[in-house]
Design a protein around this ligand. Structure first.
Ligand SMILES: Nc1nc2c(ncn2[C@@H]2O[C@H](COP(=O)(O)OP(=O)(O)OP(=O)(O)O)[C@@H](O)[C@H]2O)c(=O)[nH]1
Ligand SMILES: [Mg+2]
Length: 282
């Protein structure tokens, strides 16, 4: 039986930990369970119950305090993640071998982890060896997406993770509850973006010919993939959260292998029911 995982990624402060705790609550209301693994060695607080915490393996503070390493916070985090990649047996031991389990991995916010460092790809490959079906969930803060240039850089980050990890990915625009109704309307065009018209919108504001050419090339690249779209995530909107969950479940085929349960009515049906008599009476 397969196991299921969401790799919750995104820039610092994009709402990854909040997404995990919101998802845990939502899934519980559906009578299902998911568990969360904290993979952020610098995490200070989160309000979900953790099944495993990378800080039991290594902590950024300890790495920074080490006189021989002399790392700052970002170098320290990269060191921790490399250490983690060399010690996946810790994760294997903590996860155990539970069939059908569904786990959210709350990842750190350093963007270089998703663009060029190999650790996330190594983690994905390792999880797949342990029979996990993994979906990447890439979060981007909607507050930064209301302008097309910022939007393009958000799309590039999501695309870069998608291309390097080679797993299904669902992109999410978080903190939608903070947007004004006007901004919400404005942001709709970014959810399923048409990059050409977005470029046209901005062509007047770009003076440099070379910058215009570069922007056009980037827009064409994004359009070629035609896979970057965003789902809105408002933590106060149960229906919206459910749509996000359905997209992710679908991408990892969650539920396809679950046993079909008999409906209750059939179980209670009397065994001596004579259908011929019933039809003759009527
Ligand atoms: N209003 C609102 N606030 C949110 C939402 N998601 C996150 N926040 C707030 O944004 C801040 C950052 O959220 P986190 O969930 O810690 O973000 P993160 O991506 O885990 O951050 P790092 O782990 O530091 O990279 C917190 O103050 C959250 O309360 C949301 O959907 N709505
Ligand atoms: Mg976090």
């Amino acid at each position: 039986m397969p196991r299921y995982a969401q790799l919750v990624m995104g820039p610092a402060g994009s709402g990854k930990s909040t997404y995990c705790s919101t998802m845990v609550q939502h899934v519980e209301s559906l009578n299902r369970t998911v568990q969360v693994v904290n993979l952020d060695p610098a995490a200070e607080h989160f309000d979900y119950p953790v099944m495993a915490d990378i800080r039991e393996l290594i902590q950024v503070d300890d790495v920074m305090e080490d006189a021989s390493l002399k790392f700052g916070p970002n170098g320290g985090l990269v060191f921790c993640m490399e250490y983690f990649a060399n010690n996946f047996d810790w994760l294997e031991e903590t996860l155990g071998h539970v069939e059908d389990d569904y786990i959210l991995f709350d990842c750190p916010g350093q963007i270089e982890l998703y663009t060029h460092l190999p650790v996330m790809k190594q983690l994905v490959e390792q999880l797949q060896q342990w029979e996990f079906r993994v979906c990447g969930v890439f979060l981007v803060d909607s507050q930064f997406m209301v302008e097309s240039f910022k939007f393009i850089s958000g799309v590039m980050a999501a695309l870069s993770a998608m291309v390097s990890l080679e797993i299904p990915q669902v992109n999410i625009m978080t903190k939608m509850d903070l947007l004004s109704p006007k901004a919400k309307k404005e942001i709709e065009k970014y959810l399923d973006p048409d990059m050409y018209s977005m470029m046209e919108d901005n062509s007047d504001t770009i003076r440099s010919r070379q910058f215009k050419k570069l922007t056009k090339a980037i827009c064409e690249l994004i359009d070629d993939y035609s896979m970057v779209r965003f789902l809105p995530f408002d933590r106060t909107d149960e229906e919206g959260i459910n749509i996000v969950l359905q997209h992710i479940d679908f991408s990892i085929q969650y539920g396809e292998d679950l046993e079909v349960k008999e409906p209750k009515e059939l179980e209670e049906e009397p065994s001596n029911l004579n259908y011929d008599e019933i039809f003759q009476d009527s």
